[in-house]
Ligand binder design. Sequence first.
Ligand code: SAH
Length: 278
Amino acid sequence: VNTNEQRSENSGRVWLVGAGPGDPGLVTLRAVEALARADVVLYDRLANEELLARAPASALRLFAGKKPGRHAMTQDAINAALVEHALAGRRVVRLKGGDPFVFGRGGEEAEALRAAGVPFEIVPGVTSAIAGAAYAGIPVTHREVASSFAVVTGHEDPARAATRVDWAALAQGPDTLVILMGVGNLAEIADRLLAGGRAAETPAAIVEQATTPRQRTIVATLGSLARVAAEQQATSPALLIVGEVVRLRERLAWFERRPLFGKRVLVTRTREQSSGLK
Ligand code: SAH
């Protein structure tokens, strides 16, 4: 037996796990397995809290926060906690919304683990960029409508000029654009795409809280997007989808059309039954 391997068997390890976009059914078997064996779960705001119930009752649950502008833990503190618990021999699940490597800073956490010599595994997740569109009845590609898509951040770090989004190139490039973290900058994003040559009549959709019972989809055009979003008071978390594929929603919307969608269902039950029926 390789002694190094033996040591990593016995010592702690971190799983960087995608929690999916919101609906707790959209999580992988591997994620559930990792949770079931966790000693520590460090989770984000966008990770569905119902998934936490999959961890043993004895597991330590730590909230990492990440409300825009209001972090419960800084990224450095998150990295340090992952390293510390793993080096103490614990199995740590880092639960992140969607996919950990799609605007989830999973790569940075993996680098910190690597630097500290902590073994880690990546459990990819269902990203909101694709699943959220699907729940709104919008396929990101469609034969003869869109043969490419790009997933883009709408919230740039001004300090990182090297990776600045080239909106003019995107205006001419991929057929479908899926913009995450863009709700606060809708007017500017639309202006830049229009300036880059995307037609004002290009359909655009905002999908709020996709895959959850609070999902709401707002449809506009690139030209009317900022006005319609303001009228409808679009709020985060939401996806912005720009491209001809948005038109397919007229025929393919399904989630919001299920019989009980958006209804409040009152179920009376005794306190003893409550957790099982939740
Ligand atoms: N790693 C995540 C993305 C993290 S960035 C993923 O793969 O999905 C956070 C952004 O993702 C939010 O600002 C929003 O744009 C988007 N997002 C995440 N969950 C969402 C949801 N349920 N509905 C709509 N947008 C969502």
